[in-house]
Design a protein around this ligand. Structure first.
Ligand SMILES: Cc1cc2nc3c(=O)[nH]c(=O)nc-3n(C[C@H](O)[C@H](O)[C@H](O)COP(=O)(O)OP(=O)(O)OC[C@H]3O[C@@H](n4cnc5c(N)ncnc54)[C@H](O)[C@@H]3O)c2cc1C
Length: 303
Protein backbone atom coordinates (compact mmCIF):
# COMPACT_ATOMS: atom_id res chain seq x y z
CA UNK A 1 0.00 0.00 0.00
CA UNK A 2 1.39 3.37 -1.01
CA UNK A 3 1.04 6.16 1.56
CA UNK A 4 -0.81 9.39 0.87
CA UNK A 5 2.47 11.30 1.24
CA UNK A 6 4.18 9.18 -1.44
CA UNK A 7 1.23 9.58 -3.79
CA UNK A 8 1.17 13.35 -3.30
CA UNK A 9 4.90 13.54 -3.95
CA UNK A 10 4.59 11.51 -7.17
CA UNK A 11 1.78 13.80 -8.33
CA UNK A 12 4.21 16.73 -8.16
CA UNK A 13 6.42 15.09 -10.80
CA UNK A 14 4.01 13.19 -13.05
CA UNK A 15 0.49 14.10 -14.28
CA UNK A 16 -2.23 12.44 -12.18
CA UNK A 17 -3.62 10.54 -15.17
CA UNK A 18 -0.27 8.71 -15.49
CA UNK A 19 -0.44 7.40 -11.93
CA UNK A 20 -2.66 4.47 -11.07
CA UNK A 21 -3.17 2.68 -7.77
CA UNK A 22 -3.70 -1.07 -7.44
CA UNK A 23 -3.06 -1.49 -11.16
CA UNK A 24 -3.35 -5.12 -12.38
CA UNK A 25 0.04 -6.11 -13.82
CA UNK A 26 -1.76 -8.67 -15.99
CA UNK A 27 -2.67 -5.64 -18.13
CA UNK A 28 1.02 -4.77 -18.60
CA UNK A 29 2.62 -8.13 -19.33
CA UNK A 30 2.41 -10.21 -22.50
CA UNK A 31 1.80 -13.25 -20.25
CA UNK A 32 -1.44 -11.51 -19.11
CA UNK A 33 -0.55 -12.65 -15.59
CA UNK A 34 0.16 -10.67 -12.42
CA UNK A 35 -1.63 -9.17 -9.43
CA UNK A 36 -1.83 -5.46 -8.68
CA UNK A 37 1.09 -3.08 -8.31
CA UNK A 38 0.53 -0.74 -5.36
CA UNK A 39 1.26 2.09 -7.74
CA UNK A 40 1.90 2.19 -11.49
CA UNK A 41 3.49 5.23 -13.12
CA UNK A 42 3.81 5.84 -16.86
CA UNK A 43 6.78 8.10 -17.44
CA UNK A 44 6.78 10.64 -20.25
CA UNK A 45 10.33 11.96 -20.22
CA UNK A 46 13.77 11.85 -18.56
CA UNK A 47 12.98 14.70 -16.19
CA UNK A 48 10.03 12.82 -14.72
CA UNK A 49 12.17 9.70 -14.45
CA UNK A 50 14.98 11.52 -12.63
CA UNK A 51 12.65 13.35 -10.24
CA UNK A 52 10.64 10.25 -9.43
CA UNK A 53 13.71 8.10 -9.02
CA UNK A 54 15.46 10.59 -6.70
CA UNK A 55 12.33 10.83 -4.60
CA UNK A 56 11.72 7.07 -4.35
CA UNK A 57 15.38 6.43 -3.44
CA UNK A 58 15.27 9.08 -0.71
CA UNK A 59 11.90 7.92 0.62
CA UNK A 60 13.05 4.27 0.58
CA UNK A 61 10.09 3.16 -1.55
CA UNK A 62 10.77 0.02 -3.62
CA UNK A 63 10.34 0.40 -7.36
CA UNK A 64 10.71 -1.70 -10.51
CA UNK A 65 11.13 -0.54 -14.11
CA UNK A 66 9.33 -2.22 -16.98
CA UNK A 67 9.15 -1.72 -20.73
CA UNK A 68 6.54 -3.79 -22.55
CA UNK A 69 6.50 -6.55 -19.90
CA UNK A 70 7.27 -9.15 -22.57
CA UNK A 71 9.86 -11.01 -20.55
CA UNK A 72 8.16 -10.75 -17.22
CA UNK A 73 6.31 -13.02 -14.80
CA UNK A 74 4.65 -11.03 -12.01
CA UNK A 75 3.43 -12.68 -8.81
CA UNK A 76 -0.28 -13.28 -8.29
CA UNK A 77 -0.07 -11.07 -5.20
CA UNK A 78 1.34 -8.27 -7.33
CA UNK A 79 4.11 -5.86 -6.41
CA UNK A 80 4.38 -3.94 -3.16
CA UNK A 81 5.96 -0.81 -4.50
CA UNK A 82 5.95 1.45 -7.52
CA UNK A 83 6.20 0.09 -11.07
CA UNK A 84 7.71 2.64 -13.45
CA UNK A 85 6.85 2.05 -17.08
CA UNK A 86 9.07 3.39 -19.84
CA UNK A 87 6.92 2.81 -22.87
CA UNK A 88 5.27 4.58 -25.78
CA UNK A 89 5.40 7.99 -24.10
CA UNK A 90 9.22 7.87 -24.36
CA UNK A 91 9.68 6.49 -27.83
CA UNK A 92 11.27 9.09 -30.13
CA UNK A 93 13.76 7.81 -32.68
CA UNK A 94 16.22 9.90 -34.67
CA UNK A 95 18.51 8.93 -37.50
CA UNK A 96 21.88 10.56 -38.17
CA UNK A 97 23.48 8.84 -41.17
CA UNK A 98 24.17 5.25 -40.11
CA UNK A 99 23.62 6.13 -36.47
CA UNK A 100 20.18 5.69 -35.00
CA UNK A 101 19.21 6.87 -31.52
CA UNK A 102 16.04 5.53 -29.92
CA UNK A 103 14.45 6.39 -26.60
CA UNK A 104 14.13 3.41 -24.27
CA UNK A 105 10.36 3.17 -24.67
CA UNK A 106 10.43 2.79 -28.46
CA UNK A 107 9.36 -0.69 -29.47
CA UNK A 108 11.95 -2.87 -31.17
CA UNK A 109 9.49 -3.33 -34.05
CA UNK A 110 9.11 0.44 -34.50
CA UNK A 111 12.90 0.89 -34.32
CA UNK A 112 13.52 -1.83 -36.89
CA UNK A 113 10.87 -0.27 -39.16
CA UNK A 114 12.61 3.11 -38.87
CA UNK A 115 15.90 1.47 -39.88
CA UNK A 116 14.15 -0.06 -42.90
CA UNK A 117 12.66 3.30 -43.86
CA UNK A 118 16.16 4.81 -43.92
CA UNK A 119 17.67 1.84 -45.75
CA UNK A 120 19.74 0.79 -42.74
CA UNK A 121 20.58 -2.84 -42.09
CA UNK A 122 21.44 -4.49 -38.76
CA UNK A 123 18.16 -4.53 -36.85
CA UNK A 124 16.20 -7.02 -38.97
CA UNK A 125 16.60 -9.67 -36.25
CA UNK A 126 14.78 -7.46 -33.73
CA UNK A 127 11.73 -6.63 -35.83
CA UNK A 128 9.63 -9.45 -34.33
CA UNK A 129 10.78 -9.21 -30.71
CA UNK A 130 7.85 -7.70 -28.79
CA UNK A 131 9.90 -5.62 -26.34
CA UNK A 132 11.10 -2.05 -25.99
CA UNK A 133 14.57 -0.80 -26.83
CA UNK A 134 15.25 -0.44 -23.07
CA UNK A 135 14.13 -3.98 -22.25
CA UNK A 136 15.94 -5.27 -25.33
CA UNK A 137 19.25 -3.77 -24.33
CA UNK A 138 18.92 -4.91 -20.70
CA UNK A 139 18.22 -8.48 -21.84
CA UNK A 140 20.61 -8.32 -24.81
CA UNK A 141 17.68 -9.59 -26.84
CA UNK A 142 18.55 -11.65 -29.86
CA UNK A 143 17.14 -13.89 -32.55
CA UNK A 144 18.18 -15.61 -35.78
CA UNK A 145 21.86 -14.85 -35.35
CA UNK A 146 21.45 -11.18 -34.35
CA UNK A 147 21.84 -9.69 -30.88
CA UNK A 148 21.52 -6.19 -29.48
CA UNK A 149 25.20 -6.21 -28.49
CA UNK A 150 26.20 -6.37 -32.19
CA UNK A 151 24.62 -3.01 -33.01
CA UNK A 152 24.49 -1.00 -29.77
CA UNK A 153 27.26 1.58 -29.39
CA UNK A 154 26.09 3.69 -26.47
CA UNK A 155 23.48 3.42 -23.75
CA UNK A 156 22.26 6.43 -21.78
CA UNK A 157 21.18 5.60 -18.26
CA UNK A 158 19.97 7.33 -15.12
CA UNK A 159 21.86 6.27 -12.01
CA UNK A 160 20.78 5.96 -8.38
CA UNK A 161 21.36 9.68 -7.78
CA UNK A 162 19.10 10.57 -10.68
CA UNK A 163 22.05 11.61 -12.86
CA UNK A 164 22.63 10.79 -16.52
CA UNK A 165 25.55 8.56 -17.51
CA UNK A 166 26.73 7.17 -20.84
CA UNK A 167 27.82 3.52 -21.08
CA UNK A 168 29.71 2.25 -24.12
CA UNK A 169 29.31 -1.25 -25.56
CA UNK A 170 32.16 -2.71 -23.49
CA UNK A 171 30.90 -1.22 -20.23
CA UNK A 172 27.51 -2.82 -20.90
CA UNK A 173 29.10 -6.27 -20.27
CA UNK A 174 26.66 -7.92 -22.66
CA UNK A 175 26.27 -11.66 -22.31
CA UNK A 176 23.72 -14.25 -23.33
CA UNK A 177 20.37 -12.57 -22.49
CA UNK A 178 22.02 -10.30 -19.97
CA UNK A 179 23.92 -7.05 -19.50
CA UNK A 180 25.38 -5.04 -16.65
CA UNK A 181 22.00 -3.29 -16.22
CA UNK A 182 20.36 -6.48 -14.95
CA UNK A 183 22.56 -6.42 -11.87
CA UNK A 184 22.88 -2.67 -11.37
CA UNK A 185 20.66 0.21 -10.43
CA UNK A 186 20.80 1.86 -13.86
CA UNK A 187 17.66 2.76 -15.80
CA UNK A 188 18.01 2.96 -19.57
CA UNK A 189 16.65 6.10 -21.23
CA UNK A 190 18.23 6.07 -24.69
CA UNK A 191 20.20 3.72 -26.93
CA UNK A 192 22.46 4.52 -29.90
CA UNK A 193 22.86 1.95 -32.69
CA UNK A 194 25.49 1.74 -35.38
CA UNK A 195 23.91 0.34 -38.56
CA UNK A 196 25.05 0.04 -42.16
CA UNK A 197 23.53 1.23 -45.43
CA UNK A 198 21.71 -1.59 -47.16
CA UNK A 199 19.19 -2.35 -49.83
CA UNK A 200 15.65 -1.58 -48.66
CA UNK A 201 14.03 -4.51 -50.49
CA UNK A 202 16.58 -6.95 -49.06
CA UNK A 203 16.04 -5.61 -45.52
CA UNK A 204 12.26 -5.85 -45.89
CA UNK A 205 12.45 -9.36 -47.33
CA UNK A 206 14.58 -10.52 -44.40
CA UNK A 207 12.11 -9.03 -41.89
CA UNK A 208 9.20 -10.75 -43.63
CA UNK A 209 11.08 -14.04 -43.74
CA UNK A 210 11.80 -13.88 -39.99
CA UNK A 211 8.19 -12.92 -39.21
CA UNK A 212 7.05 -15.96 -41.20
CA UNK A 213 9.42 -18.21 -39.27
CA UNK A 214 8.05 -16.86 -35.99
CA UNK A 215 4.43 -17.41 -37.05
CA UNK A 216 5.26 -20.93 -38.13
CA UNK A 217 7.26 -21.98 -35.06
CA UNK A 218 5.98 -19.91 -32.14
CA UNK A 219 2.60 -20.02 -30.35
CA UNK A 220 1.92 -16.33 -31.03
CA UNK A 221 -1.82 -16.87 -30.66
CA UNK A 222 -1.41 -17.35 -26.87
CA UNK A 223 -0.10 -14.98 -24.21
CA UNK A 224 3.46 -15.87 -23.16
CA UNK A 225 6.78 -14.28 -22.27
CA UNK A 226 8.65 -15.87 -25.16
CA UNK A 227 11.23 -18.57 -24.45
CA UNK A 228 10.88 -19.52 -20.81
CA UNK A 229 14.38 -20.97 -20.49
CA UNK A 230 17.83 -19.97 -21.65
CA UNK A 231 19.47 -22.18 -24.22
CA UNK A 232 21.64 -24.65 -22.29
CA UNK A 233 25.10 -25.02 -23.78
CA UNK A 234 25.14 -27.66 -26.50
CA UNK A 235 21.36 -28.16 -26.45
CA UNK A 236 18.03 -26.57 -27.35
CA UNK A 237 15.69 -26.12 -24.38
CA UNK A 238 12.56 -26.85 -26.45
CA UNK A 239 13.96 -30.11 -27.76
CA UNK A 240 15.06 -31.34 -24.32
CA UNK A 241 11.62 -30.48 -22.92
CA UNK A 242 9.87 -32.32 -25.73
CA UNK A 243 12.10 -35.37 -25.45
CA UNK A 244 11.57 -35.46 -21.69
CA UNK A 245 7.86 -35.88 -22.44
CA UNK A 246 6.57 -32.43 -21.47
CA UNK A 247 4.90 -31.35 -24.72
CA UNK A 248 1.42 -30.15 -23.70
CA UNK A 249 2.21 -30.58 -19.98
CA UNK A 250 -0.26 -28.40 -18.07
CA UNK A 251 -0.84 -27.14 -14.52
CA UNK A 252 -3.91 -24.99 -14.08
CA UNK A 253 -3.96 -22.62 -17.04
CA UNK A 254 -0.22 -22.78 -17.81
CA UNK A 255 0.90 -25.19 -20.50
CA UNK A 256 4.04 -26.21 -22.32
CA UNK A 257 3.20 -25.16 -25.87
CA UNK A 258 2.47 -28.02 -28.26
CA UNK A 259 3.86 -25.88 -31.07
CA UNK A 260 7.15 -24.91 -29.39
CA UNK A 261 8.07 -26.67 -26.13
CA UNK A 262 10.41 -23.81 -25.16
CA UNK A 263 7.36 -21.59 -24.57
CA UNK A 264 5.04 -21.80 -21.60
CA UNK A 265 1.71 -20.32 -22.64
CA UNK A 266 -1.25 -18.92 -20.75
CA UNK A 267 -4.25 -20.86 -22.04
CA UNK A 268 -6.63 -18.30 -20.59
CA UNK A 269 -6.69 -18.24 -16.82
CA UNK A 270 -3.13 -19.14 -15.79
CA UNK A 271 -1.74 -17.80 -12.54
CA UNK A 272 1.91 -17.09 -11.82
CA UNK A 273 1.75 -20.09 -9.46
CA UNK A 274 0.67 -22.32 -12.38
CA UNK A 275 3.59 -21.09 -14.50
CA UNK A 276 6.07 -21.64 -11.66
CA UNK A 277 4.71 -25.16 -11.13
CA UNK A 278 5.18 -25.98 -14.82
CA UNK A 279 8.70 -24.51 -14.72
CA UNK A 280 9.64 -26.59 -11.66
CA UNK A 281 8.25 -29.82 -13.17
CA UNK A 282 10.01 -29.25 -16.49
CA UNK A 283 13.31 -28.40 -14.80
CA UNK A 284 13.13 -31.53 -12.65
CA UNK A 285 12.13 -33.75 -15.58
CA UNK A 286 14.90 -32.49 -17.86
CA UNK A 287 17.47 -32.75 -15.09
CA UNK A 288 16.37 -36.27 -14.34
CA UNK A 289 16.45 -37.46 -17.94
CA UNK A 290 19.34 -35.49 -19.43
CA UNK A 291 21.28 -34.18 -16.38
CA UNK A 292 20.92 -30.67 -17.80
CA UNK A 293 19.97 -27.64 -15.68
CA UNK A 294 17.43 -25.39 -17.38
CA UNK A 295 17.83 -21.82 -16.24
CA UNK A 296 14.90 -19.44 -16.63
CA UNK A 297 15.23 -16.58 -19.11
CA UNK A 298 12.10 -14.76 -17.98
CA UNK A 299 12.42 -12.16 -15.24
CA UNK A 300 10.28 -12.81 -12.17
CA UNK A 301 8.85 -9.98 -10.09
CA UNK A 302 7.61 -10.64 -6.57
CA UNK A 303 7.73 -14.43 -6.96
C1 LIG B 1 6.12 -13.98 -28.34
C2 LIG B 1 7.45 -13.54 -27.77
C3 LIG B 1 8.60 -13.72 -28.52
C4 LIG B 1 9.84 -13.32 -28.02
N1 LIG B 1 10.96 -13.51 -28.78
C5 LIG B 1 12.16 -13.14 -28.30
C6 LIG B 1 13.34 -13.33 -29.09
O1 LIG B 1 13.31 -13.80 -30.22
N2 LIG B 1 14.54 -12.96 -28.54
C7 LIG B 1 14.62 -12.42 -27.29
O2 LIG B 1 15.74 -12.10 -26.85
N3 LIG B 1 13.53 -12.23 -26.53
C8 LIG B 1 12.30 -12.56 -26.99
N4 LIG B 1 11.18 -12.36 -26.23
C9 LIG B 1 11.32 -11.81 -24.85
C10 LIG B 1 11.22 -10.28 -24.76
O3 LIG B 1 10.42 -9.73 -25.81
C11 LIG B 1 12.59 -9.61 -24.77
O4 LIG B 1 13.39 -10.05 -23.68
C12 LIG B 1 12.48 -8.08 -24.70
O5 LIG B 1 13.74 -7.53 -24.93
C13 LIG B 1 11.95 -7.55 -23.37
O6 LIG B 1 11.66 -6.17 -23.51
P1 LIG B 1 10.53 -5.47 -22.62
O7 LIG B 1 10.51 -4.03 -22.96
O8 LIG B 1 9.24 -6.19 -22.78
O9 LIG B 1 11.13 -5.70 -21.18
P2 LIG B 1 10.35 -6.09 -19.84
O10 LIG B 1 9.81 -7.47 -19.96
O11 LIG B 1 9.41 -5.01 -19.49
O12 LIG B 1 11.57 -6.10 -18.81
C14 LIG B 1 12.59 -7.05 -18.91
C15 LIG B 1 13.73 -6.67 -17.96
O13 LIG B 1 14.30 -5.44 -18.39
C16 LIG B 1 14.20 -4.45 -17.37
N5 LIG B 1 13.94 -3.18 -18.06
C17 LIG B 1 13.00 -2.93 -19.02
N6 LIG B 1 13.12 -1.66 -19.47
C18 LIG B 1 14.14 -1.10 -18.76
C19 LIG B 1 14.76 0.19 -18.76
N7 LIG B 1 14.35 1.17 -19.59
N8 LIG B 1 15.78 0.42 -17.91
C20 LIG B 1 16.21 -0.56 -17.07
N9 LIG B 1 15.67 -1.79 -17.01
C21 LIG B 1 14.65 -2.06 -17.86
C22 LIG B 1 13.09 -4.90 -16.45
O14 LIG B 1 13.29 -4.40 -15.15
C23 LIG B 1 13.25 -6.41 -16.53
O15 LIG B 1 14.29 -6.82 -15.66
C24 LIG B 1 9.92 -12.74 -26.71
C25 LIG B 1 8.75 -12.54 -25.97
C26 LIG B 1 7.52 -12.93 -26.49
C27 LIG B 1 6.29 -12.69 -25.68
Amino acid sequence: MISKAVLEALQKFVPCENIRLQEPMADHTTFRIGGPADCFVQLENEKQLKDVRRYLELAGVPFFVIGNGSNLLVSDSGYQGVVLQIGSEMSDIRVEGCRMVAKAGASLAQTARMALKHGLTGLEFASGIPGTVGGGVVMNAGAYGGEMCQVVTQVTVVNRDGETMELDNETMEFGYRTSVIRHSAFIVTEVAFSLAHGDRDTIQARMEELAGRRREKQPLEYPSAGSTFKRPEGHFAGQLIMEAGFRGFQKGGARVSDKHCGFIINTGNATARDVLDVIASVQAGVKDKFHVDLETEIVCLGV
